[in-house]
Design a binder for this molecule. Sequence first.
Ligand code: AMP
Length: 631
Amino acid sequence: MGSFADFYRRSIEDRDGFWAEQAALIDWETPPRQICDASQPPFTRWYAGGRTNLCHNAVDRHLATRASQPALICVSTETGTERTWTFAELHAEVQRMAAAMLELGVRQGDRVLIYMPMIAEAAFAMLACARIGAIHSVVFGGFASGSLASRIEDAAPVLIVSADAGSRSGKVVPYRPLLDEAIRLSSHKPGAVLLVDRQLDAMNLIAGRDHLWRTLREKHLNSVVPCEWLDATHPSYTLYTSGTTGKPKGVQRDTGGYAVALAASMKYIFEGKPGETYFSTSDIGWVVGHSYIVYGPLIAGMATLMYEGLPVRPDAGIWWQLVEKYKVTRMFSAPTAVRVLKKHDAAWLKKYDLSSLKALYLAGEPLDEPTAQWISQGLGVPVIDNYWQTETGWPILTLANGVERAASKFGSPGVPMYGYNVKLLDENTGEELQGAGRKGVVAIEGPLPPGCMQTVWRDDARFVNTYWKSIPGRLVYNTFDWGIRDGDGYFFILGRTDDVINVAGHRLGTREIEESIASHPNVAEVAVVGVADTLKGQVAMAFAVVKDASALTDEPARLKLEGEIMKAVDAQLGAVARPARVRFVTVLPKTRSGKLLRRAIQAVCEGRDPGDLTTIEDPAALQQIRDLLAA
Ligand code: AMP
């Protein structure tokens, strides 16, 4: 195929020619009139005039050649169930779901919020939305009522698809009460709620609002719902992600550009072949779940394996057992999951026949060298790090082994992918940092390639101001990550420039956690920072000032308040956002102008030098934190 350097150069220098060729990787009802419309920066319209459909490309398109081949494999070690749907069976289920949605009043452009555990119906619902042109907004099942309510409020869904419960480590996690509370908190009320009854938790249906999937499925067993041909720029979904403020942003993605970007990445990056099995261990609530559990593998004609359960239950061999059984060729996971496995005997990696497996891709957080070495040696396959974000939908930095084989370098996700004009910039001046070894902000020169976010849902100003105007003097896309490049052009990611933290591969905004903690009646002020953790990458650490110090007379009282605060975070945001500790101080370190010195607190927590403190109002505030940690 030639050299990656040439491939990359062409993607930047002959953008339209390059992406016109990639467009041929998917089916179009009407071919695009224009490839890249970048006439209104920083907005980009890919494949304007073209009409296509994501569900057609993921499902219907394969019926002629592989109707009876596996498309979706769902394994739950939580409920002990395991089932495969062929492309023909998936096609039928998606039409039933689409018919149910139409009956419940969903029309093209309407939002459907999906709050589901990792079950087949979640994939049916996403594909059904794509089929009829509804915009799905999947909310991670680990989020609680507060997070869910803010997303319902912003997305204003006509329909919510949910289930009675999820299950974690054999324990039933009811969804319905959290959903009801979220709907109560939100000023927007959905017209209908479609519920999958897994018979894990009893549900009382609310007449007129709630509908059972089982009943509607029976009714629409033979329904035929054709794919709606949608403009390439029609939004396919929104996915909320954390940023610097407490309010999550709805990352909005298009239809045609996304389909092409995924098809291209399956070919050049993941090298997935039709008829093979892809296994991504992520969750449908995250971007990896959208791109590489549901759409990407199916667009490539692969079977996709959806797994509900822990990597170490019933034992640390479960994933490898599945790789053997379903002859998985490409697997995608996160460093945290590997660090969890690493606590178990490496013999688990050798117990099953893994000869089908060609590579393991890891993303979502920095991959440390010992973790990469351990898993790569244990499995005997290449481990390929890839760096990207909810906003981009597919990797920014990795290796395109489907174009030209390249060596991995431990600690580096790789080089800029085709279509991404990646720069390192000086944070303050916007000056481009050329050459090797200089630390800067990782930025991307527009237009962003296909598949990346179109805008922030219903907030173009936020899209422009947050992502494109944060580096002085330049209209460039800011990733909010620090990076450095070596002499071979490999990048190394050095952490976030903003207040986003990454706990076990989950992206969380410290401001959201602070707002949740501050809702406790006895909390006056709080600072939350991410602190390095050997297992989870980072954990959230909270330092709070209380209103009534008499609540903190002794250690049991402090622990009681800490427990209450954690419970509040659990109830509002979900256990994923729960801080590892809440410590109490009498004052928080701030600048004289009142800005919280989060980076200084973080440095102290990690035993590093907090740096220049000339602007600090009260140095004793940091000393208090040091003393607490030393005690
Ligand atoms: P998310 O939007 O949840 O996918 O989180 C994106 C953020 O996770 C990035 O901005 C990085 O801070 C971090 N991240 C993702 N992948 C990697 C990686 N391979 N190496 C280092 N950091 C990563």
